[in-house]
Ligand binder design. Structure first.
Ligand code: HEC
Ligand code: HEC
Length: 468
């Protein structure tokens, strides 16, 4: 600091002193007003927005997966990334105690180490740069905390990218900055600023790639359902996708079939009085949210790593009560598809899509065991599958799909003792009217829209109507 600036500062200090601003009561008064404002804001937030309560803590539950509050997520993520380092990663206290300890220690000691009188930011590049890298790192770690370090398919690629942006780049950048300040004192501030900018930008880019590559959940969030019928319908749709594979479309499955790892597993049918009369609504919420991890049912609640929100789980409970529990009276629910007249041809849009969603998509979607046969869109139903050419053949009764839904397994041509494809759905046969929809659709050329189907309508012949 030269004499010129020193004089200026002193003059300003004198002026302020003469004007007279006292700590008590002047400054304290300002503080009070701001704190009061924040207090009122908190009360308003709590009254009008609030936090959605989690289910009550259950001390006997061993499947609980704790997750920290959002403001600790970055440390949580840091620990996960740190755990990937060979050898050192096993020594947990380095990441949980030593590194945070050093960081807090440095922050506490900064005023004692950095005693330079300058306040201008141009003179404080090192602390500002380190702070920028730390803050950018913490924000990015929080944002990527949902992304696992090992993906569902066992790939560690995203994990490696995360350690590059969360560990390697910041460590290298901070080491470089410290060396520039204390060892290579000739380094220009410009080089230091560029180092900081480059490090921050590359951290943001790598984390962006991680977020972009992280597969989003395929199931869209259900809209808020207000009427009972809407809630039951929403619950039924969610149930069809998430639960049918193990419990069947109506909860009646007693032996799981066609599910990897649970083949032949005996379970209590969840539409039985045994289950519905003994499990209260809140216990039902907990069963679905935590799952039964020891028995093979994964958690579905968002708080436990699943993909369903509180209201989505509530809708499923409402659906099960009204449709299966005889103590509740079911309201009138729209049928799954409009009944077919004689000679009428079903379309994908009106008939097959809802049927596939109700009875097949739970297993026939990405990430499940299904011979790569996906059924979530018109194109997928017609073109995917290990046996794509044989599954659906226009006008052919021997199409694999038609065979398996009519309880005829397809035997392996190379090994006639082995089933190539079992009956579908594996643990429970379809009702005749649903089978009829698939048969008519494939025999008449798989129309997609209602108009295309209407054009194929075959008027009943006089003999057919005159039949006894
Ligand atoms: C991967 C297979 C699987 C999926 C998917 C699945 N469950 Fe389960 N579920 C099980 C198994 C296994 C059990 C343990 C059954 C037992 O012990 O009788 C179980 C138990 C239950 C129970 C408790 C039965 C009891 O006797 O306590 C309920 C209720 C239940 N599931 C509902 C659901 C709902 C609702 C869904 C969809 C959100 C669902 N499950 C998805 C496999 C599954
Ligand atoms: C419980 C899970 C489950 C449900 C529900 C289910 N499938 Fe499957 N599906 C499988 C599995 C597993 C395979 C692989 C073959 C096997 O294991 O038999 C398969 C294979 C198939 C194949 C042969 C695909 C190919 O290219 O080899 C067809 C066709 C099929 N399913 C149709 C259906 C239809 C139609 C429905 C609904 C009415 C349905 N599945 C419901 C589990 C299921």
């Amino acid at each position: 600091m030269n004499d010129e600036t020193k004089k200026k500062i002193n003059a300003r200090y004198e002026r302020e002193l003469n004007k007279g601003e006292r700590f008590w009561p002047d400054s304290i008064f300002k503080d009070l007003i701001v704190s009061l404002g924040i207090f009122v804001l908190l009360v308003l937030l709590a009254t009008f927005i609030g936090v959605s309560p989690e289910p009550k803590a259950d001390p006997s539950d061993t499947s609980y997966i704790p997750r920290p509050e959002w403001y600790f997520l970055f440390i949580f993520k840091f620990l996960a990334i740190y755990g990937q380092i060979p050898v050192l990663g096993k020594i947990e206290w380095i990441a949980t105690v030593l590194i945070p300890g050093i960081a807090v220690g440095i922050l506490t000691l900064v005023p004692f180490i950095e005693k330079r009188p300058d306040r201008h930011y141009g003179k404080r590049i090192l602390p500002i740069s380190i702070m920028i890298i730390m803050v950018v790192g913490a924000v990015l770690l929080t944002m990527t905390s949902e992304v696992p370090t090992v993906s569902a398919d066992g790939s560690k690629f995203l994990g490696y990218l995360q350690s590059i942006s969360g560990l390697i780049i910041p460590t290298v950048a901070m080491t470089a900055l410290i060396l520039m300040s204390f060892v290579f004192k000739g380094t220009s501030t410009r080089t230091m600023i560029w180092t900081t900018v480059l490090a921050s930008v590359s951290m943001i880019l790598v984390s962006g790639v991680v977020l972009a590559l992280h597969p989003r959940s395929v199931v869209e969030e259900t809209e808020v359902a207000t009427t009972l019928v809407d809630q039951i319908t929403a619950g039924q749709d969610l149930y069809s996708i998430h639960c049918t594979e193990c419990h069947g479309d109506d909860g009646s499955v007693a032996v799981i079939e066609g599910v990897e790892g649970l083949e032949g597993e005996e379970i209590t049918p969840i539409n039985s009085k045994d289950v519905l009369y003994t499990i209260t609504d809140s216990a039902m919420y907990e069963v679905i949210a935590y799952g039964r991890p020891n028995a093979g049912m994964t958690p579905f609640g968002k708080a436990y790593g699943g993909e369903l929100s509180k209201s989505e789980i509530d809708y499923m409970t409402i659906f099960m009560r009204y449709m299966w529990d005889d103590r509740f009276e079911a309201p009138e629910i729209k049928p799954l598809f409009p009944a077919l007249a004689d000679g009428e041809v079903p379309s994908y849009d009106v008939h097959i899509q809802p049927v596939a969603k109700r009875y097949c998509v739970s297993c026939h979607r990405a990430g499940k065991e299904n011979n790569n046969y996906l059924m979530t869109s018109y194109e997928e139903i017609l073109t995917t599958g290990d046996n794509a050419e044989k599954n659906i053949i226009k006008g052919d009764e021997s199409s694999y799909l038609l065979q398996v839904i009519q309880e005829h397994a397809i035997m392996d041509p190379e090994n006639p003792e082995e089933e190539l494809i079992g009956v579908m759905p594996p643990s429970k046969a379809l009702k005749p009217d649903v089978v009829d929809v698939f048969v008519r659709w494939i025999m008449n050329g798989m129309p997609q829209t209602a108009e295309e189907a209407a054009a194929l309508f075959v008027l009943p012949t006089p003999e057919a109507t005159a039949a006894p």
